[in-house]
Design a protein around this ligand. Structure first.
Ligand code: SAM
Length: 325
C-alpha cells in the first residue's frame, strides 16, 4: 500500500517524536532550556506502537525516532525494540544530540536502531558550548566513534549552518569525511515562531556552500527517484559525503517524502503547518488501528504543495523540539 497526497508525493518515511523534552539549550531552538509548564504526558509505549503500526501498514517503512532528545526517555530502548520488531519497519533511525551515544551506541544498535544522525553544530569545544549551553563537544565526538564501532548502517552528522557562528568551520567538517563513510549535512537555519530575530542575524543560504563545494572538486551525487530533499556531494579523495538541506530553495517541497507525528499524538503534514491533526484518541486500543489508518489517509490528502517559509510564515511551530526536527 502506498500513502500519497494530492500532489503526487508518496510517503515512506515517518519522523516520530517520542518526547518534546530536551536537555540542550541550542540558541536557535530552546535557548532558555525546555519549559514543562503543565503539558500532557508524551505518548506511552503502547500508543507509540499503535501509531507506528498504522504508519507501517500504510507503507512507511522508515521510521526515525526524534524529539526533543529522544534518548532522554527511560523506556527509549523498549521503544526501539518494539518499533523495530514491527513487520514493515525496514529502517529504524535515530536523531540525537549524541550526549549518551558514547556509552549506549551498542545497546541502541542491539535494540534495533539501524541508522543514526548526530547533531553537532561546532567542532570547537568552546563554540559548541556557546551554541548548545553544554560543554560536551568531546563527548559527542566520542559518540561518533562509538557509532562506527557499533556498526550502524549509516552514521550522519548534522549541523545547522549559522552565519557568524559556525560558517568558518566548513573545512573541518569536510575533513571528517576524508577517511570514514560519514555523511555530514549542513541544514539551512529555518525560521520558527520563537526566533525571528536570531534567524535574521544568522541565516545564511546553502548556495554559499554549494559554490565552495564545486570550487573544491565536490560533485553532486545522483539522486534516487524516491530520495528526500537533501542534496549530496562526493569527492574522489573522500570516503564520506557532504550534504546540503536547503528548505529555502525553490522546489524543496517537491521531493517531500516524510510525515511527522508528535509526542502529543498529532500528525503534522508539514513542519511549518498551522496545526497538527489530533489522533491520540485513536491510539487507545489495538482495535482502533484501522480507523487510525483511515484518518491518516484522509489527512494526507490535504497536505499543501509547499511551505510558506520564504514569506516568513512559520505556521504554529515555535521551535523544532515541539514537533520533532
Ligand atoms: N535532540 C535531537 C538532536 O539534537 O538532534 C533531535 C531533535 S532536534 C530538534 C533535530 C534537529 O533539528 C537538530 O539537528 C537541530 O539542529 C535541528 N534544528 C532545530 N531547530 C532548527 C532550526 N530552527 N533550523 C534548522 N534546524 C533546526
Amino acid at each position: 500500500m502506498l500513502l500519497t497526497d494530492g500532489h503526487d508525493r508518496t510517503f515512506k518515511y515517518l519522523r516520530l517524536s517520542i518526547t518534546d523534552v530536551c536537555n540542550f539549550k541550542c540558541q536557535y531552538c530552546l535557548p532558555d532550556g525546555y519549559q514543562a509548564c503543565g503539558k500532557p504526558a508524551p505518548l506511552t509505549l503502547d500508543e507509540l506502537r499503535r501509531a507506528a503500526t498504522a504508519f507501517s501498514e500504510l507503507g512507511l517503512s522508515k521510521i526515525r525516532l526524534t524529539g526533543g532528545e529522544p534518548t532522554l526517555r527511560k523506556d527509549f530502548e523498549d521503544i526501539a525494540r518494539t518499533i523495530s520488531a514491527l513487520p514493515g519497519v525496514e529502517t529504524l533511525a535515530l536523531t540525537t544530540n549524541g550526549y549518551r551515544l558514547g556509552e549506549r551506541a551498542q545497546a541502541w544498535k542491539t535494540a534495533g536502531i539501524n541508522a543514526v544522525n548526530i547533531s553537532l553544530d561546532s567542532l570547537s569545544a568552546e563554540n559548541f558550548h556557546r551554541i548548545t549551553g553544554h560543554n560536551r563537544q568531546l563527548e559527542v565526538m566520542r559518540g561518533i566513534d562509538a557509532a562506527f564501532d557499533a556498526g550502524f548502517e549509516t552514521v550522519k552528522l548534522n549541523a545547522v549552518y549559522l552565519k557568524g557562528i559556525n560558517d568558518h568551520e566548513i573545512d573541518g567538517y569536510l575533513a571528517l569525511t576524508k577517511d570514514r563513510p560519514l555523511s555530514v549535512r549542513f541544514i539551512e537555519l529555518m525560521e520558527t515562531g520563537d526566533h525571528a530575530k536570531f534567524f535574521q542575524q544568522h541565516y545564511i543560504s546553502a548556495d554559499v556552500l554549494k559554490t565552495k563545494l564545486s570550487t573544491n572538486g565536490w560533485t553532486p551525487k545522483l539522486k534516487a527517484a524516491n530520495a528526500g530533499p537533501a542534496n549530496e556531494y562526493v569527492h574522489p579523495d573522500h570516503t564520506g559525503s557532504f550534504g546540503l538541506i536547503a528548505p529555502y530553495s525553490k522546489d524543496f517541497c517537491k521531493s517531500c517524502n516524510r510525515l511527522r507525528f508528535s509526542s502529543m499524538g498529532k500528525l503534522h503534514l508539514c513542519l511549518f503547518g498551522e496545526f497538527g491533526v489530533p489522533l491520540r484518541n485513536f491510539l487507545q486500543h489495538d482495535d482502533q488501528i484501522s480507523e487510525l489508518k483511515e484518518r491518516i489517509q484522509m489527512a494526507v490528502l490535504s497536505k499543501s504543495a509547499r511551505h510558506q517559509l520564504g514569506m516568513g510564515l512559520t505556521g504554529a511551530t515555535s521551535n523544532l523540539s515541539m514537533i520533532g526536527g
